[in-house]
Write a protein that binds this ligand. Sequence first.
Ligand code: PGA
Length: 250
Amino acid sequence: MRKPVIAGNWKLFKTTGEAVELIHSLVSLVNGITDVEIVIAPVFTVLGTAKAALAGSAIQLAAQDCFWEQEGAYTGEISPKMLTDVGCSHVIIGHSERRQFFGETDETVNKKLKAALAGNLTTIFCIGETLAERESENTFEVLERQITEGLAGIKVTDPHRLIIAYEPVWAIGTGKTASENQAQEVHAFIRNLLTKLYDKSIAEKMRILYGGSVKPDNINGLMSQPDIDGALVGGASLKADSFASIVRFA
Ligand code: PGA
């Protein structure tokens, strides 16, 4: 049995005061839920305050990115060590917006994944094809490259600490979701690839999340699919009621 993960990616939204307000509402709405791993990812500057606001709650804290060295002369960067220090248990790596706007490649994603895992963070590794790649029927080729290069040299010792998030770029923030069947087809492909890269027992334990315009009204259908183990939620995670409804999927 894989424990579902619902993670909210707050992107570049919510100042400290707004974040605390959202956390307080959310904590009361999801209080008592223990069968779902609930994660929120505010901006770096809010993490310390968010950790304090989450005290006593089961909601876990993620950062949206990290650097691949633990410390050193790297002005402006944030390392896994600094994230655990501030109370993060999770980190998102390789989000398509980082790949699109900040020059992340499969190689830099691989270095970051290694550092995050070595730094004891549970890592949400994002992959996904663009619209052009889907239309030219390259979806599976692109995903296979992102996964094999992203995970190159990575041994999975604890399958619960490496989470894959499949986010078709054309579905992020667009209101277009992959249909449940389209998503399931890709998730099954990913699990099969993980079986080849590792083994069946590891692949069966790893959570594969879907992301891209996940909302309270499409989460149930997605979660009814056998290989969809949760969601990475952007827009709908910015309001306590919509995120809580997603967490409470039937
Ligand atoms: P969205 O974003 O839910 O707003 O589409 C998802 C993501 O980028 O992780």
